[in-house]
Ligand binder design. Structure first.
Ligand code: TYC
Length: 109
């Protein structure tokens, strides 16, 4: 059975026995977390968010921030539903506290 494929033909390699197994777990759906550009949030604040909440290196954070600045939207990472939801809430909370209009959303991959 390949890593990508959770299904199983039921034919065990080598043994010649039919022993169809049931996968014990299902792969969770993944969600992209997106940052949106605006005209007011300081670039440095966005970089700090990417380092602190998304665990980016300062270099990656600066690159992602500039991508969002130039393209309007950019991806911070891909996570399971609950992790993505928590990160979006952390960004929105930090932006609200700092009184910046920064917006963060998530979408199913
Ligand atoms: N456009 C902002 C500025 O010029 C910087 C910025 C980048 C804001 C990324 C939000 O998600 C964002 N200060």
């Amino acid at each position: 059975m390949t890593e990508k494929n959770q299904e199983d033909s039921g034919i065990e390699e080598g043994t010649g026995l039919a022993t169809k197994t049931r996968p014990a777990t299902k792969k969770p759906s993944l969600y992209r977390v997106l940052l949106l550009n605006d005209d007011y949030t300081p670039m440095e604040f966005v970089v700090e968010i990417l380092v602190r909440i998304f665990r980016k290196t300062p270099e990656d954070a600066a690159r992602i921030m500039l991508h969002v600045h130039q393209n309007g939207v950019g991806m911070c990472g891909v996570y399971t539903y609950e992790v993505a939801e928590t990160k979006v809430a952390q960004v929105m909370d930090a932006a609200r506290r700092a009184q910046h209009p920064l917006q963060c959303t998530m979408e199913k991959e």
